[in-house]
Design a protein around this ligand. Structure first.
Ligand code: APR
Ligand code: ZN
Ligand code: ZN
Length: 346
């Protein structure tokens, strides 16, 4: 990683220039850096961001200079078959800014991470990637809603449809899993079982709202979840690791007719093998959660408001705030499992 001078074009039609105030360091940035997403180097990393709109291009009416916004990486098109059927959270044609940001030295085009690129003082995005929220929230907290925290909360409340009185198990309690715990609690889950192989993560999960914890390095998590749910399994199990073995645990830790939500992102070589008879016989739903199946315009302002009212504590996800030069160190800390989120302040 290097800090470089870049050229950010003035916003064209449908685009917005955003002065970034804070941007979280996410695993996906590391995946980009390692070439795990694509080979379109050089990347402009950073995508969990909040800031202030500085300028907008022609035809942009939904936001204006001075607005405090959270950036999202799924600006919906309004015209694809999902949007037209009233399911914009599944939009199959999300978009980014058309113009490219470039390196000042040599002019090479940059590929912004998830179409955002916010480890930068300013970034160019599509206007639809900006969601206006209450500026009373701190930018470091707000930015996290742009990716991991929204993915986790949405996995529980949108994809999993957790309701009052439900039992919920969350496998993998990093930033995403902990956010799923916050979401489950918000939705009124009666029992929230956190599963992880790291005792430190389980302690944190309890602070976030888990009512029970299971260390799956020491205990069989399927048996433990069943034991904690009257012998049956949880109504909703959220897999926030993205591995076949944890998916299988999620599958069997769920009650009959329950729901499994996969929000952890697997890698291409991973394969899942399950008895098809169990898939049929156990019924219910096996779902994937894209970005928490969120609709930024609906979910970001609502979650910011609940945070400002003290009904959820999104501040607990910010482990440390750092400078732009410290992202490499933050990747190392992430690898060690020391942090939920390091957030770059600009
Ligand atoms: N069983 C249980 N927990 C596990 C296991 C396992 N086999 N392997 C790892 N974990 C735990 C880790 O201890 C850690 O607490 O899963 C958690 C993963 O957390 P992070 O590494 O902080 O990742 P996070 O940002 O939460 O993202 C989780 O969601 O969006 C995706 O790409 C993201 O796949 C990733 C997942
Ligand atoms: Zn992310
Ligand atoms: Zn669409």
């Amino acid at each position: 990683m290097r800090v470089e001078t870049i050229v950010v074009p003035d916003p064209g039609p449908g685009e917005a220039l955003v002065k970034v105030q804070a941007c979280g360091v996410c695993h996906t940035d590391l995946h980009y850096k390692q070439g795990g997403i694509n080979d379109d180097f050089p990347f402009l990393l950073g995508h969990e961001a909040a800031g202030v709109v500085e300028a907008v291009g022609e035809g942009v009416t939904e936001i204006a200079p001075g607005d405090f916004v959270i950036l999202n990486w799924r600006a919906v098109c309004g015209q694809c078959r999902a949007c037209l059927r009233g399911r914009p959270q599944y939009c199959f044609a999300t978009h980014n800014a058309r113009q490219k940001m470039t390196l000042a030295d040599g002019g090479r085009e940059l590929t912004p991470a998830l179409g955002i690129g916010a480890f930068a003082e300013k970034t160019l995005v599509a206007a639809g990637q900006c969601t206006k929220v209450d500026p009373a929230v701190s930018p470091a907290v707000a930015g996290l809603l742009g990716c991991g925290v929204m993915a986790g909360i949405g996995a529980a409340i949108n994809t999993g449809g957790v309701g009052r009185g439900d039992s919920v198990a969350v496998i993998g309690c990093g930033g995403v899993g902990d956010a799923a715990i916050v979401g489950a609690r918000l939705a009124g889950a009666a029992r929230i079982i956190a599963v992880d192989i790291d005792g430190r993560k389980l302690e944190k999960a309890r602070e976030m709202g888990a009512t029970h914890t299971v260390n799956s390095r020491e205990t069989d998590p399927v048996a433990a979840v069943r034991e904690l749910t009257g012998g049956f399994g949880a109504d909703v199990v959220i897999e926030a690791v993205g591995r076949p073995e944890t998916y299988e645990q999620a599958f069997y830790a769920r009650d009959l007719a329950g729901t499994v939500v996969l929000v952890g992102v697997p890698t291409p070589e991973m394969k899942l093998e399950l008895p098809l008879l169990d898939v049929f016989g156990r019924g219910g739903a096996l779902k994937s959660s894209w970005y928490g199946d969120c609709l930024p315009s609906r979910d970001f302002p609502m979650l910011v408001d609940l945070h400002l009212q003290g009904r959820i504590d999104l501040g607990a996800f910010v482990t440390e705030t750092i400078g732009l030069d410290d992202v490499e160190k933050a990747f190392a800390r992430m690898h060690e499992g020391d942090v939920l989120r390091s957030v770059v302040l600009l």
